[in-house]
Design a protein around this ligand. Sequence first.
Ligand SMILES: [Zn+2]
Length: 64
Amino acid sequence: MVNTKKRIHVYAPFLGFSKKDIARLGASLGVPFEKTYSCYEGTIPPCGECATCKQRQEALEGIL
Ligand SMILES: [Zn+2]
């Protein structure tokens, strides 16, 4: 028999955050952004041209 009364809790703490807000919080917590990666092209170093590279540069501008 399937128990249909189990509750699911969804936590989305960054729902109201912009990428910049997340970058600021990360910086305040000591996140080593130099060890993170988000390029769509998968090149090393990151291409710097794709959408996620540009969003990343924007979010981290003035933070790193
Ligand atoms: Zn890229």
